[in-house]
Design a protein around this ligand. Structure first.
Ligand code: PMP
Length: 406
């Protein structure tokens, strides 16, 4: 038979398909609430002012050539990135128990972490499985399937309360076999915007320790949830401090606006320094066969920001600009729906959820109606990217949402 006859046609990625449909739409009031990339109040991508400044510095530093980076990445980057997520006073770092490898953004960190576990985790029995939150980022199941780890789901979001299904989550942790791997969103859960409270994190950590579960933390939005880098890293630092066996996937796509530069890191916390060294040696072997060396440009930008006190302060201000605008949009949307339009239903979740996304709780039919009738593009699960809202379109969106749910 002809070559590639056995290759089935795969459907296009649903998020990127949404963007294409939005771009092709000529309606002047169209709104894109699909993609998870920050937009400013004029609906434009935002190059962080601190990033612009650092790019100038790089351009004017002739010593920065285009040589290969080491296999595990730019050392000044990996050291600073670990401190950023685990904390400047991290005991695990001081004890040499943290292995950090620079990756192809957060996606690459998830992949390398999953690949490492598939090769080396002490799986009980012959099954390799990971528990993902229901729902989760659509790429998670694909990434684990790719390396032969089967995705299972733990209850996370409760459509009745539009909040956390805490009891469901806990009972899943309790009933899973000891030593199970749980993927946990470190902050600003995608797609729901629902995070556990500190009390709830406490209870989760306690059971994870009791059962010897492994925490696969995915942190793609540090700073984006609350506007504060330390605050958003709280859960990760707490779990490390409690002694939960874990790794952390870190992305600088959102908090530095470096989406296309693919800057990220994988941090694996080991019980001791010697184990961390063996882990590092194997991560190097895996990385070598996949990408040889990570890309240098974005890592240099982040390194300069993280290692200069003034630039770091400036970055924090840029982050709070982004997070602040998103929080303002939440408040404004809530206000228009509840005070002006008296839209039926409870909309508290709009202001209670955090991060880039909000799960509106509307039905797939209502979501489709918004797209078809009002040219508002969102995923059918009712998730909206808050950053697609701005002063110019928020009233149009609120009125359309109001019409869709009546
Ligand atoms: N994890 C989650 C939960 C995400 O939402 C994202 C971004 N959509 C990522 C990881 C990774 O993104 P990137 O590869 O662009 O860093």
């Amino acid at each position: 038979s002809e070559l590639w006859q056995n290759v089935p046609l795969a459907p296009p990625d649903s998020i990127f398909k949404l963007t294409a449909a939005y771009k092709a739409d000529s309606y002047d009031k169209k709104v894109n609430l699909g993609v998870g990339a920050y937009r400013d109040d004029n609906d434009k991508p935002w190059i962080l002012p601190v990033v612009r400044k650092v790019e100038e510095i790089i351009l004017n530093t002739p010593a920065l050539d285009h040589e290969y980076l080491p296999i595990t990445g730019l050392p000044e980057f990996t050291v600073a990135a670990a401190k950023l997520i685990l904390g400047p006073d991290s005991r695990a770092i001081a004890e040499g128990r943290v292995t950090t490898v620079q990756t192809i953004s957060g996606t690459g960190a998830n992949h390398l972490g999953a690949l490492f576990l598939s090769r080396f985790y002490q799986w009980t029995g012959d099954k390799k499985e990971v528990y993902l939150s229901d729902p989760t980022w659509a790429n998670h199941p694909a990434i684990f399937n790719n390396v032969g780890i089967a995705p299972l789901y733990y209850p996370y979001y409760d459509p009745k309360t539009l909040g956390l299904n805490f009891d469901g989550f806990l009972s899943s942790l309790k009933s899973a076999p000891s030593g199970s791997v749980f993927l946990i969103h470190a902050c600003a859960h995608n797609p729901t915007g629902v995070d556990p409270t500190r009390d709830q994190w406490n209870a989760i950590a306690e059971i994870m320790l009791e059962k010897g579960h492994y925490g696969f933390f995915d942190c793609a939005y540090q700073g984006f949830a609350s506007g504060d880098l330390d605050n958003d890293a709280w859960a990760v630092r707490f779990f490390v401090e409690q002694g939960v066996n874990m790794l952390v996937c870190q992305s600088f796509a959102k908090n530095a606006g470096l989406y296309g530069e693919r800057v990220g890191a994988l941090h694996i916390v080991s019980p001791g320094k010697e184990a961390a060294e063996r882990v590092k040696s194997q991560l190097s072997v895996l990385q070598r066969s996949e990408i040889s060396n990570p890309p240098s440009y974005g890592a240099r930008i982040v390194t300069l920001i993280l290692n200069d006190a003034a630039l770091f302060e400036e970055w924090k201000r840029d982050i709070s600009t982004m997070a602040g605008r998103i929080i303002d949009m939440r408040k404004e949307l809530f206000k228009i729906l509840t005070e002006e339009l008296h839209t039926p239903g409870n909309w508290d979740h709009i202001v209670n959820q955090i991060g880039m996304f909000s799960f509106t709780g509307i039905t797939p039919e209502q979501s489709k109606a918004l797209t078809e009738k009002a040219h508002i593009y969102l995923t059918v699960n009712g998730r909206i990217s808050m950053t697609g809202l701005n002063r110019n379109n928020i009233r149009y969106f609120a009125t359309s949402l109001d019409a869709a749910v009546r």
